[in-house]
Design a protein around this ligand. Sequence first.
Ligand SMILES: *[C@@H]1O[C@H](CO)[C@@H](O)[C@H](O)[C@H]1NC(C)=O
Ligand SMILES: *[C@@H]1O[C@H](CO)[C@@H](O)[C@H](O)[C@H]1NC(C)=O
Ligand SMILES: *[C@@H]1O[C@H](CO)[C@@H](O)[C@H](O)[C@H]1NC(C)=O
Ligand SMILES: *[C@@H]1O[C@H](CO)[C@@H](O)[C@H](O)[C@H]1NC(C)=O
Ligand SMILES: *[C@@H]1O[C@H](CO)[C@@H](O)[C@H](O)[C@H]1NC(C)=O
Length: 486
Amino acid sequence: MAFLLFSACLLGHLTSASSLSYHVPERPPTNSSGPLAAAPVGVSMEFFTFPAYMTDVAATKTCLANLQELTGIWPPLRIGGTTQDRATYNASSNQAVTYSVSNPSDAPMTLTFGPPFISMAADYHGETIVGLNRRLDNLSNTIAAATLAYDEMKNLYAIELGNEPNFYTSSDPIADGKAWSPAADYASQISWQDAVCGNLSTSDLISAGVYFGTEPMNIAGLTAEEGAANAYVKDYCSHNYPQSASTADLAKLMGHSDIASQIKPFASEYAAAAAENKPYIFGETNSATGGGGGISPTFGAALWILDYVMQSVIMGVKQLYFHQGTIGNCQYCWWGRYDMGAPYYGAYLATMALAGAEQIAPLDSQDTAYAAYAIYQHGIPVKVLLYNSDYYTSGLRPSQTFTLSGIQTHAVSAKRLTAPYATSRVDLGENPTVAGLTFENGTCAIQGSETVEVTTVSNGQASFTVGASEALLIYLQEADNCFRRV
Ligand SMILES: *[C@@H]1O[C@H](CO)[C@@H](O)[C@H](O)[C@H]1NC(C)=O
Ligand SMILES: *[C@@H]1O[C@H](CO)[C@@H](O)[C@H](O)[C@H]1NC(C)=O
Ligand SMILES: *[C@@H]1O[C@H](CO)[C@@H](O)[C@H](O)[C@H]1NC(C)=O
Ligand SMILES: *[C@@H]1O[C@H](CO)[C@@H](O)[C@H](O)[C@H]1NC(C)=O
Ligand SMILES: *[C@@H]1O[C@H](CO)[C@@H](O)[C@H](O)[C@H]1NC(C)=O
């Protein structure tokens, strides 16, 4: 893997006005995360467009493979979204999907999918969640599709029964002309879990809940009703979009303490799932709904992904599936047919930070703009992630110095995630870099030569400068090699 060779080892020592000090605990401290999943950063693909991502978008395979190379595990995939609840399974169709739209940037209002859809999902090497329809109230149709997925997909992780049922209304077929309420949804979810798992003679299969946000329906309410049906549940799932086009505020999206406040309401959802001995996931998430409000394709959204992943896994979220929507009409997408999206750079560094990690601990109190995390493997700290979430859009770039103590080596290496500004976008020519590397438009191939910064350690202490709207991943164990080469 040529791109892992250190082509440059810089001795980094810049100066800055203010300074923060953190001790890196020798063992995971009490506020560490639980055991981490092997691949916490995943991808969600909108149901109707999943086949097109796999067959018509050249970057898809390499963008996923780049993440696989970091962890050894293909990123988990979820196939679903609004159009899963518009889709009907057609066992006699030889097409993956059949639909028509008047404009290629539209999502279809109705569609069918055939067995080739499931075969395509079975071809993916990572664990996969398939989202099936509940809204149209065709239980036997969903059971037919679930049976095929269960039989054919060795990579099947879970099945969803409906998408964001908190948005169902009394006019949806599943409501049967009655008001749709939390109680109606809980009863419906449980009876569908019974019927699907009963017909398959299996348990531990359903990704349950699938609620957007935490009100009015939530995981705490659903788990209270599950009873014996909890055995059919594989995990409990929430969707989270911090912002919408009308509330778009990039400084707030990427702000470290803002992220802490934004995810706080989900802590009780995690606790409800954990009380039932089930994992809790963000099965669909991204920065902003309704076209992204201009903030979604920016480097600030990449920084949001990075810090949001760390804070979420510390809270107990097992995996986060970042949604990829309509090809050619998707502000928050990580890649497209022509250009890369800046957010992918954040997903890449987040995956790199957590690759091989067993636990992560917050070193700061999550109430300022500055974040420090210690990342543990085999019980000892192996990496530290620093993040300066000050919002930077013009002029001289301010920076923050982080002084770490408790480092056991003589020199450490670091990889920097940066871009000209928080507002930078790939399609406008302001490419982010991660350790000096970029991802090629249209293919997602890694390009450039890697830049690793080396910092000397004295008396267990070293200082690092992180510019406003930048992050730095420090490898505590690996620098001596690189250092000798300088
Ligand atoms: C199912 O697919 C078959 C084969 O293409 C087609 O003839 C039939 O009309 C489809 N049924 C529906 C309901 O779309
Ligand atoms: C439900 O799905 C079955 C096929 O699984 C189909 O024959 C039937 O027409 C569907 N019912 C409705 C109301 O769409
Ligand atoms: C199988 O599904 C049907 C609905 O299609 C349902 O009525 C039946 O109860 C299910 N069987 C079992 C064993 O759960
Ligand atoms: C975690 O614990 C450390 C002490 O080990 C403390 O300084 C830090 O503020 C804590 N952070 C959070 C978010 O609990
Ligand atoms: C990607 O394409 C855009 C133009 O659409 C260009 O400005 C940008 O520099 C390209 N990025 C890379 C990494 O080649």
